[in-house]
Design a protein. Structure first.
Length: 339
């Protein structure tokens, strides 16, 4: 005679192999659940922080007293001032190449095209957007300088313009109004305007973070949104010493168009996929019965008849467990303890 006990909560039950039920303690009420086929995903929850992407320091070629600086948290777009030095604005333009030289009539190169693309986007016409700085480009530059209140030299340098990848949010003002700044000194810390979640993941869990993998992010207040792992650092960072030493890798998660409200630098929870089993049979975990002689089984319910079926168990995930055995198949009803 095989004897089993219920794995989940509630009163214990003893079962005989012929399907008879003998009471051991109070009789537990049962309900049924279906054996289903599908993917079984197990997850691990880690802590993260809602922030912005691409945090960086900004330098300018301008030297002098800062006469205006933006407020922290402000967003600056193309054509806007990042700050003013000696009354002259340092203007944000978009591009991946830094302003490393003075651009003037007769110059050529990709940085010339980058400047002309920005001038065109800001509404200045009459020039061909290419890699040649021509007289038409010089005229457009002078018009732009006039509109910005700058001396109309027809030349552009790092005193007037900073190239960044796109619009930025001001994270820290390093050179506030009244401070003397010099060429090569950082004046601002900025970030991109795209919201991301950053996770400092324990290095021994790095297998959980795969670029392109989908994750679930729980925001403050309980709202859950889907994210995609956009980057995984290849360099580990260590903090603390001795037993307090901790080694982590940085993981960034893109939230796409998911609404995140006005939260910033807020703690969030991230569910990372730790294991996936595809096209397997599974039952609710509480359907498992632990055989006293070892192993597991489930109670198969067929109309008014009940019988015990031994099963092999596999992966766990989402409150379910993978099962396999001669007595279980997709659609079969199994007993589970009543709530």
């Amino acid at each position: 005679m095989a004897v089993v006990v219920v794995v989940g909560g509630g009163s214990a039950l003893a079962w005989t192999a012929d399907g008879g039920e003998a009471q051991a303690g109070n009789t537990a009420k049962l309900r049924t659940a279906v054996v289903s086929r599908g993917d079984l995903v197990d997850t691990e929850t880690v802590d993260g922080k809602l922030t912005h992407d691409d945090v960086r320091e900004v330098w300018t070629g301008a030297s002098g007293v800062v006469t205006w600086a933006p407020e922290e948290g402000a967003t600056v777009k193309r054509g806007g001032a990042l700050l003013k030095v000696a009354g002259d604005p340092v203007t944000l333009m978009y591009g991946g190449s830094p302003m490393y030289r003075t651009l003037k009539n007769g110059d050529s190169g990709k940085d010339v095209r980058q400047l002309e693309q920005n001038l065109r986007a800001l509404g200045y016409q009459g020039m061909t957007v290419d890699e040649e700085f021509t007289g038409a480009t010089e005229i457009a530059v002078k018009e732009w300088q006039d509109d910005r209140g700058l001396e109309q030299t027809g030349m552009v340098d790092g005193v007037q313009v900073v190239f960044l990848d796109g619009p930025v949010q001001i994270r820290e003002v390093k050179a506030p109004e009244g401070k003397q700044t010099a060429k090569g000194q950082p004046v601002l810390t900025v970030a991109g305007t795209r919201r991301v979640v950053h996770v400092d993941l324990d290095a021994d869990k790095q297998d959980l973070a795969r670029k392109g993998a989908k994750v679930s992010v729980e925001l403050p207040g309980g709202k859950k949104v889907e994210g995609t792992i956009s980057s995984v650092s290849e360099v580990a960072q260590s903090t603390g010493e001795g037993q307090e030493k901790k080694t982590t890798i940085g993981v960034d998660i893109s939230l796409g168009d998911a609404g995140t409200g006005r939260f910033d630098e807020a703690p969030v929870s991230v569910e990372l996929e730790s294991e996936r089993r595809e096209d397997v049979l599974s039952v609710p975990v509480e359907a498992l019965l632990a055989l006293r002689e070892g192993g597991f089984g489930v109670e198969v319910v067929d109309g008014g008849r009940r019988r015990l079926a031994a099963v092999e168990i596999g992966a766990f995930g989402g409150g379910r467990v993978e099962v396999a055995g001669a007595g279980v198949a997709e659609g079969v009803q199994v007993g589970v303890p009543a709530e």
